[in-house]
Design a protein around this ligand. Structure first.
Ligand SMILES: N[C@@H](CCC(=O)N[C@@H](CS)C(=O)NCC(=O)O)C(=O)O
Length: 217
């Protein structure tokens, strides 16, 4: 199914969660590469004119409306694709989804992984972020032990969590002390839509790295 939407993305960045969501739902959209370092799109135009934060994901819908922030984008996309049942509709189940999107976005993405990924973050900042790992991973381990998904079935929370856990190797975070988390991550990668999204973006990431090192020389 083709949807009139554009996703501004960067390979293997947190925008991967939206790609996973679209693939899980069997929806086809337009993907536009945004360089989050230079804040330029592939045609050289200014990404800051589209998202003043210069961040991915940024979603553009057919009337030109722009939506930013992972949590909002994922919930909107899930609502546009109800047959895929990627988000509980209401009540406590919906609140639990929002709780996990909040946990993944603030406690994991921003508090732990972002400072560790950022080459500009001073060592003291990275040490501060590393200190936060055990409590947060222990919580995740406890929740995922004996569960297949974050909620009762695959949801946008899984798309987001898999995207974040996918950075673990890059930041030197071994998941082995948290076996339920490690097994969950491997299980998610086995899903055809997730595997496809990750491998496609990995190829794009390698291309981006090769381009950036060529430009530096
Ligand atoms: N609060 C935003 C954060 C998004 C974000 O941090 N995106 C990163 C990639 S994972 C980015 O675009 N970084 C470039 C920058 O912040 O300049 C959200 O949840 O969507």
């Amino acid at each position: 199914m083709k949807l009139p939407m554009k996703l501004y993305f960067s390979p293997l960045a947190c925008s991967l969660a939206s790609r996973i969501t679209f693939y899980e739902a069997g929806a086809d959209i337009e993907y536009l590469y945004a360089d989050t370092k230079t804040k330029r799109l592939e045609d050289g135009s200014d990404f800051l004119a589209i998202n003043p934060m210069g961040q991915v994901p940024t979603l553009e819908v057919d009337d030109g409306t722009l939506l930013t922030e992972n949590s909002a984008i994922l919930q909107y996309v899930a609502e546009c694709l109800p047959a895929a049942q990627l988000a509980p509709a209401s009540g406590m189940a919906r609140a639990q989804l929002q709780k996990w999107l909040g946990f993944i976005g603030t406690e994991l993405h921003k508090a732990v992984y972002m400072p560790l990924l950022d080459p500009k973050a001073p060592e003291a900042v990275k040490a501060y972020a590393r200190d936060k790992i055990p409590l947060r991973m222990d919580c995740l381990q406890k929740h995922l032990a004996g569960r297949e998904f974050v909620l009762d079935r695959f949801s946008i929370a899984d798309a987001y969590l898999t995207t974040i856990l996918n950075w673990s190797a890059a930041v030197g975070l071994k998941l082995t002390p948290w076996p339920a988390v490690a097994a969950y991550y491997q299980r998610m990668l086995q899903r055809p839509a997730v595997g496809r999204a990750v491998s496609e973006e990995f190829a794009l990431y390698q291309k981006e790295q090769a381009h950036q090192s060529a430009v530096r020389q």
